[in-house]
Design a protein around this ligand. Structure first.
Ligand SMILES: Cc1cc2nc3c(=O)[nH]c(=O)nc-3n(C[C@H](O)[C@H](O)[C@H](O)COP(=O)(O)OP(=O)(O)OC[C@H]3O[C@@H](n4cnc5c(N)ncnc54)[C@H](O)[C@@H]3O)c2cc1C
Ligand code: FES
Length: 266
């Protein structure tokens, strides 16, 4: 784990309240794995917000350029969006465990809800390098204005299906509807599922995977004050562990195999 001050290379809006930021760090890029995250302090001189904010590593390109994809939801992300090229930010990471990458002959199925696309893009990059089968992805947003990165994902050789809740782009409905349909028709393909998005979406995906006996990895978002296993703010109830009643999303996750979590408690 490193703490580094990096200079922003770009920070631009790419969708409704959605921004893409890039910066360079050879050290962070060499350590980072898909599914890991960074704790970012926006400005050392400000006490508001005081705490670092967690963001998934969205992508690495040109060997040492890292990107985060973020949505403005509050004070910290609004401040982040105001930063310009060459502004410094302090970054701690890479943190967390990251995804277990499936083998070249397995069939990955990526399921992203909203900003869940942020870490799944990075794993799509990694899978694209090794996969023999087409990578399937279900991507869901509330409305067309929020839809981002579709062309870049298709460039990674992904067979993409898109939903919006209001039907303004793609298929009308929830991204989990696509999973229901897929499992009805193609369960025999035994996909390995990678999912990230709102917690209730993950609960539905995980429970489906458990009852269908499929391997499934979910990347959880918890409230994170420290990101280092100290504050206990990110605890989730364990589903199958005899000696560990809770997991810390920041240390034991953020990626969990679906049966590790007690979904009834969520
Ligand atoms: C491991 C991890 C990875 C993440 N990766 C990304 C990412 O790649 N892109 C991205 O846009 N966001 C990501 N998040 C969420 C992001 O950290 C929060 O949106 C951010 O901290 C909000 O900061 P803020 O100061 O703008 O909002 P705050 O003022 O702190 O909160 C504003 C509102 O957002 C809600 N909120 C804050 N954090 C979360 C959260 N984690 N989940 C749900 N609601 C929340 C609050 O309850 C409040 O209602 C991630 C979170 C975790 C734990
Ligand atoms: S964020 Fe503090 S223990 Fe996980």
């Amino acid at each position: 784990m490193l703490e580094e001050t990096v200079l922003i290379e770009f920070n631009r809006q790419i969708g409704k309240d959605t921004w893409l930021m890039g910066f360079r760090s050879a050290d962070l890029a060499s350590l980072a794995k898909p599914g890991q995250f960074l704790m970012i302090h926006l400005d050392r001189n400000t006490k508001d917000p005081l705490l670092r904010r967690p963001f998934s590593i969205h992508r690495i390109q040109d060997r040492n350029q890292l990107m985060i994809l973020y949505k403005i939801v509050g004070k910290g992300t609004l401040l982040l969006s105001s930063l310009k090229e060459d502004d410094p930010i302090s970054v701690v990471g890479p943190l967390g465990n990251g995804f277990t990458i499936s083998g070249p002959h397995e069939r990955p199925l990526l399921i992203a809800g909203g900003m869940g696309i942020a870490p799944l893009f990075f794993i799509a990059q990694a899978l694209n390098k090794i996969q023999k089968h087409t990578i399937k992805m279900f991507l869901g947003f509330s409305t067309s204005q929020e839809v981002v990165l579709v062309d870049q994902l298709k460039g990674l050789n992904i067979d993409l299906s898109l939903t919006t809740e209001d039907g303004s782009l793609g298929i009308k409905g929830l991204v989990t509807d696509l999973l229901d349909e897929y499992l009805r028709q193609e369960l025999n393909k035994k996909p390995v599922i990678y999912a990230c998005g709102p917690t209730l979406m993950l609960k539905k995906v995980a429970q489906k995977a458990i009852t269908s006996n499929l391997r499934c990895y979910v990347s959880l978002e918890g409230c994170m004050a420290c990101g280092l296993g100290i504050c206990q703010g990110c605890a989730v109830k364990a589903g199958n562990s005899k000696d560990k009643p809770y997991y810390y999303v920041c240390q034991d996750g953020p990626v969990f195999s679906s049966e590790m979590i007690d979904w009834r408690a969520i």
